[in-house]
Design a binder for this molecule. Structure first.
Ligand SMILES: Nc1ncnc2c1ncn2[C@@H]1O[C@H](COP(=O)(O)OP(=O)(O)O)[C@@H](O)[C@H]1O
Ligand SMILES: [Mg+2]
Length: 355
């Protein structure tokens, strides 16, 4: 059994990472398809705002924040969704607010509406939060995550602590103080630290921000314990496994090595390596070189492809060492992957082809 098949068997959450354009979205969709064909109820979530997942699955239009069930053959089920960070944030507010009034106050707050979901770390935190919710959703027994194409894609591993840091920020404490003491919001503007922030962002935004943080009061505990749960979920190797997707071209290989080292910085182990868009190897060419022109041309072609495939294997081995030994190689297909038939071809190469 390949490292990839073994990983899929053991995981309840499977995270596909790697640099942009290597085939993360395609691989994530194909892995979920494999699981669905083998009787599991799999949901694939994309954090990539591009419509690539819908495209790879042949879904007309866009995917939304709620999982939709797709047509897939087999005993299991295939579902897909595209993360909407602000809707997910709203859900958390509704969950942890003490009452409807507190929830309404936050949801209607202009700072919350316009700024909160764009703050650094929010997107990543909501991705991790959503992952947690899907993992506990009784409709699914496998969650496959397709990460965004940025170098910071793994920040969601740090995101729960990022949010906690934000709650520990001195500014947050200052903002919370006066409310506890029963001061009016306007009085806050007389505090020196807030006056200077007010100058930078404008008084109105500041007043909204203050009102937001005050409305947030009492919800920190809920957010913090949720952040801890999410953090332990992505770090529990008995549940969550990481698949590194790479492309064998020399420049892309360096990016894959970067992702591998980022993961080890987070003390996360890569369980399987997929090398996608590779040059297929056709075995050794015949001992004697054909004399006829046509035979000679295809012989030369075979030698050239084999040389390229050899270089690619060397690139991967040099950059990724031990991980390369158990890699699953997927050839570059003649067409882009944008429907179930081509996705099925990728699934076949991932799980059934040998080589
Ligand atoms: N093995 C393959 N053969 C041919 N085209 C592929 C293959 N894998 C991916 N592609 C194509 O490459 C492009 C990038 O793939 P995608 O999965 O969106 O990458 P990522 O999510 O890593 O940015 C897409 O247009 C996809 O159709
Ligand atoms: Mg993608």
């Amino acid at each position: 059994m390949s490292a990839l098949a073994d990983t899929l068997d053991r995981a309840e959450v499977l995270i596909c990472c790697g640099s942009g354009g290597v085939g993360k979205t395609t691989t994530a969709a194909a892995i979920a398809l494999q699981a669905a064909q083998h009787g599991r109820r799999a949901v694939v979530m994309t954090i990539d705002p591009a419509r690539r997942l819908a495209d790879a699955l042949g879904v007309p239009g866009a995917l939304g924040n709620d999982p939709v069930r797709l047509d897939a053959e087999g005993a299991g089920e295939l579902w897909a969704l595209m993360l909407d960070a602000s809707t997910t944030f709203d859900g958390l507010v509704l969950k942890y607010a003490a009452d409807d009034l507190q929830a309404e106050r936050i949801l209607a707050n202009p700072f919350y509406r316009n700024v909160a979901s764009t703050l650094s770390g929010t997107q990543e935190f909501m991705a991790a939060e959503r992952l947690h919710a899907l993992h506990h959703d009784p409709r699914f027994d496998l969650v496959v995550v397709d990460t965004p194409p940025s170098r910071n894609a793994l920040d969601f591993l740090a995101a729960p602590s990022t949010l906690t840091r934000f709650l520990d920020h001195p500014l947050f404490k200052v903002l919370m103080l006066p409310a506890r003491r029963g001061f009016r919001v306007l009085n806050l503007a007389t505090q020196p630290i807030l006056r200077s922030i007010g100058k930078a962002v404008g008084g109105e935004v500041l007043a909204d921000a203050i009102a937001f943080f005050q409305a947030f009061q009492g919800m920190e505990t809920g957010f913090r314990s949720r952040a801890d749960e999410v953090n332990s979920l992505v770090r529990d190797a008995g549940v969550t496994r990481f698949v590194l997707v790479a492309s064998p071209r020399a420049d892309a290989v360096a990016e894959a090595a970067f992702f591998a080292s980022r993961l080890s910085d987070y003390h996360v182990r890569v369980s399987a390596l997929v090398v996608n868009r590779s040059t297929p190897s056709f075995g050794d060419p015949p001992d004697t070189v054909p004399r006829a022109a046509a035979g000679r041309a295809s012989y030369d072609n075979l030698v050239r492809l084999n040389t390229m495939a050899g270089h690619e294997r060397d690139n991967i081995r040099k950059a990724l060492g031990r991980l390369a030994d158990a890699a699953t190689w997927v050839p570059l297909l003649a067409h882009d992957v944008h429907d179930m038939a081509s996705l099925e071809a990728i699934r076949f190469h991932l799980f059934e082809a040998t080589g």
